[in-house]
Design a protein around this ligand. Structure first.
Ligand code: F6R
Length: 363
């Protein structure tokens, strides 16, 4: 049931704080202030983490690569399932393979998992559907508790995947001896801040709705970000093209001069994920480069960032200033709201976009 919402996607965007809190509850032990161990999953001896998925699920994996490497010093590789399964991947002793899927039925992801199982790897399924094929066949199941996702474009399943992955990265950090008690406590506090931060981010809804009117007339939209915001830029672009049919591309901000800046001219919209973090100065310089070529720039940033970009960008969408995964996930809310409102302004079928199916069970 959609309740008072116009579309399932809108409802699912707005219920994220609640379902993410529920998902965190499956991983965080708030009494001991730590992340619970999962039966059979031991990162201490892992030599490498392989993460495989399709579409939005693969982007969640790409975000998590930054976390597993930074927090747990665990070498991580992320692959798109359709490429992974046909490229005869080389494995290492001690590889752990993690498969991300909302449905648990995506053909390519499932076959990639079977391939890893046959090669003797430990397989972990991060799935939203508890009775799915992947959940049945994996050695270990890591749940997301998003509840049924009806909108074809993934929103709440994605944020629950991110929440679970953030927890698993901290767990890996503990098991690999990279986090002392104080840092674990700090990480847990950051994780528990996610639902509240996402609720705050949802307050940008009205502002985004207003900005979406202009954006819906764009022919090309570029999304730029650095670090964990780079895969989020890819996800933002995917969401926009899926439901509004506007040609959107995500790029690492540092790649601008290596090609995509050739697209930039008067009338091109650029959405920049620009939190005021240690890379802000670099992101700001990317903004200057696209502004100098006439781009219309929207910055997704916090108060400090908005102040520093005043006069340089057409508008700043104000997001809360949080740390780590919480900050990233407020950007997730913003890119989802942008895609949603642009699509509504264009009058497309938000919940059932053309040519797309909710679950891709054939190649
Ligand atoms: C994007 C989207 C798709 C899915 C992809 C994987 O909004 O929904 O890209 O993320 O088809 O599906 P699952 O997670 O069910 O394996």
């Amino acid at each position: 049931e959609k309740g008072s919402y116009r579309h399932f996607m809108e409802k699912e965007i707005h219920e994220q704080p609640e379902v993410v809190a529920r998902t965190l509850g499956a991983y965080v032990d708030q009494v001991e202030n730590t992340i619970r161990a999962r039966d059979g999953l031991d990162f201490s001896k892992a030599s490498r983490l392989l993460i495989v998925g399709c579409g939005t699920a693969a982007y969640a994996g790409e975000v998590a690569e930054y976390w597993f490497e930074r927090i747990a010093r665990l070498p991580t590789e992320v692959d798109i399932a359709s490429e992974f399964r046909y490229r005869d991947p080389a494995f290492l002793e001690g590889d752990v393979a993690l498969f991300i899927s909302q449905s648990g039925e995506t053909a390519d992801t499932l076959e990639a998992m079977r391939l890893c199982k046959a090669a003797g790897l430990i397989t972990v399924a991060l799935v939203n559907t508890a009775h799915s094929t992947m959940a049945r066949e994996a050695d270990i199941v890591a749940p997301t508790l998003a509840g049924p996702e009806i909108g074809v474009a993934s929103t709440k399943a994605f944020s629950c995947q991110l929440a679970a992955l953030a927890c698993l990265a901290v767990r890996a950090g503990i098991e690999r001896g990279h986090l002392d008690t104080a840092s674990v406590t700090d990480h847990v506090a950051q994780l528990m801040a996610i639902p509240g931060t996402m609720s705050e981010a949802l307050r940008a809804d009205g502002q985004i709705d207003q900005l979406a009117r202009d954006l819906s007339r764009s022919e090309i939209v570029l999304y730029l970000g650095r670090d964990q915001y780079f895969p989020m830029a890819l996800e933002g672009a995917l969401k926009l093209k899926e439901i509004s049919y506007i040609h959107a591309e995500g790029y690492a901000a540092g790649e601008l001069k290596h090609g995509p800046i050739a697209l930039v001219e008067e009338g091109v919209s650029v959405i920049v994920l620009a939190p005021s973090d240690s890379l802000f100065a670099k992101t700001r310089s990317s903004i200057e480069q696209v502004r100098a070529r006439g781009a219309h720039v929207l910055a997704l940033t916090d108060e400090a960032g908005a102040e520093a970009l005043e006069g340089l960008v057409q508008a700043s969408i104000l997001l809360p200033a949080a740390r780590g995964a919480a900050n990233l996930m407020s950007a997730a809310v913003a890119v989802q709201l942008i895609a949603y409102h642009v699509a509504v302004h264009k009058g497309t079928d938000v919940d059932q976009p053309r040519n797309l199916a909710k679950s891709v069970t054939v190649e």
